[in-house]
Design a protein around this ligand. Structure first.
Ligand code: FE
Length: 135
């Protein structure tokens, strides 16, 4: 996992570190095509971490099948792991979810989740890596 002091300091450094698809979503706030990512349908147990910096974001225990084609979670694994920002792009009022450590774009937060939190963290697969549970 990267320590904050190894974090890329500017966009050219991020571009070097990330794949073109990762860069487009994480740093340019793109959205991957639904049902295209590696995790939307995954039931594997473990910890989902930020693909840009390794910050632990979401436990597989909070992942649910939203039917949207993107990995969806009830809540981050701990407070501060993600940050929220208003996002009025594309003529919509949405809440952007960014990594609490590196500030990269992850996805959006909606208030139609099925769990007690009522939240649906809708996250791009390309922004995540899965650390499988070691058992
Ligand atoms: Fe990050």
């Amino acid at each position: 996992m990267n320590q904050p002091n190894q974090m890329p300091k500017n966009e050219p450094e991020w571009k070097k570190k990330l794949t073109p698809e990762q860069y487009q979503v994480l740093r340019e706030k793109g959205t991957e095509q639904p049902f295209s990512g590696k995790f939307y349908n995954s039931k594997e147990k473990g910890m989902y971490v930020c693909a840009a910096c390794g910050n632990e974001l979401f436990s597989s225990d909070t992942k649910f099948d939203s039917g949207t084609g993107w990995p969806s979670f009830d809540a981050p694994v701990a407070e501060g792991r993600v940050k929220l920002r208003p996002d009025t792009s594309h003529g919509m009022n949405r809440t952007e979810v960014i990594c609490g450590q590196c500030g990269s774009h992850l996805g959006h937060l909606f208030d139609d989740g099925p769990a007690t939190t009522g939240k649906r963290y809708c996250i791009n697969s390309v922004c995540l890596d899965l650390k499988p549970k070691s058992e």
